[in-house]
Design a protein around this ligand. Structure first.
Ligand code: KIV
Length: 272
């Protein structure tokens, strides 16, 4: 007997493809834990990305490089438990897929088996072709990621806009085309010129999700801690803040501390 766990109409790769076809923009946000996932999922976000940005915003590392496969699986399984509708994609962390395609397949299978997620995301184009082919051949949906790829930060040296020069733009177009031909179901384009992102989105059938890639793509993704204003320091031009949770949380916690110190909390109705 099969067990029906997700009782709402779930988002699938097929639906994401249809959304592009009918011009409906795809909303995607990062999520790293159960409580946040329940909020984002109920609010209607189409795709939840368990990003390796967890390394920055959850663990406080300077880059995404230190996060491990075990840690990504822990975050991903928490997000999956909080999700009823959204499609959950998990970043394959640095070092879990670049070595060779067998290692990549093993890592992807661990993510899918141990977290219950619906797909994986890998950074790069032609150079990781074999890994993508191997993972796809096991029936695991793959999302690509081109442009600014944070796992290569020590190669780039900076987090500035990528593919402004003709040669890099041309390589990005060819990589995007290759990812579609291989069978990736979508591609994230990070921090590239708007016109280049538009060209890629218009020339491919699969959804193109942008972050700092302008409005002419098929969907948008942001890091949830940035758009909710939990992080105060990170202020790139592409970021729109929808709340100032840093201020709201600070005020609430200060209020709590004050109530404890003044013996106002707990009062009689808050005690047994
Ligand atoms: O890890 C992440 O949060 C990402 C997004 C920036 C797309 O890859």
């Amino acid at each position: 007997m099969s067990v029906q766990k997700r009782d709402v109409k779930v988002v699938t790769t097929h639906q994401l493809h249809n959304m592009k076809e009918r011009g409906e923009k795809i909303s995607m946000l990062t999520a790293y834990d159960y409580s946040m996932a329940t909020i984002l999922d109920a609010a209607g976000v189409d795709v939840l990305l368990v990003g390796d940005s967890a390394s920055n915003v959850m663990a406080g590392h300077e880059t995404t490089l230190p996060i491990t496969l075990d840690q990504m699986i822990y975050h991903a399984s928490s997000v999956v438990r909080g999700t009823k509708r959204a499609f959950v994609v998990v970043d394959m962390p640095f070092g879990s897929y670049q070595g060779n395609s067998s290692e990549a397949l093993r890592s992807a299978i661990r993510i899918m088996k141990e977290s219950g997620a619906h797909g994986v995301k890998l950074e790069g184009g032609a150079e990781i072709k074999d890994s993508i082919v191997r993972i796809l051949s096991a029936g695991v949906p793959v999302m690509g990621h081109l442009g600014l790829t944070p796992q290569s930060i020590y190669k780039f040296g900076t987090y500035t806009v990528r593919a402004k020069e003709e040669a890099e733009a041309q390589k990005l177009i060819e990589d995007a085309q290759l990812l579609q031909e291989l069978g990736c179901f979508a591609i994230v384009l990070e921090k590239i010129p708007s016109e280049l992102a538009k060209k890629v989105a218009e020339s491919l059938n699969i959804p193109i999700i942008g972050i700092g890639a302008g409005p002419h793509v098929d969907g948008q993704v942001l890091v949830v801690h940035d758009m909710l204003g939990i992080n105060k320091e990170f202020k790139p031009r592409f970021l729109r803040r929808y709340a100032d949770l840093h201020a709201i949380m600070t005020e609430a916690v200060q209020h709590y501390v004050q109530d404890v110190k003044s013996k106002d909390f707990p009062n009689e109705s808050e005690a047994y």
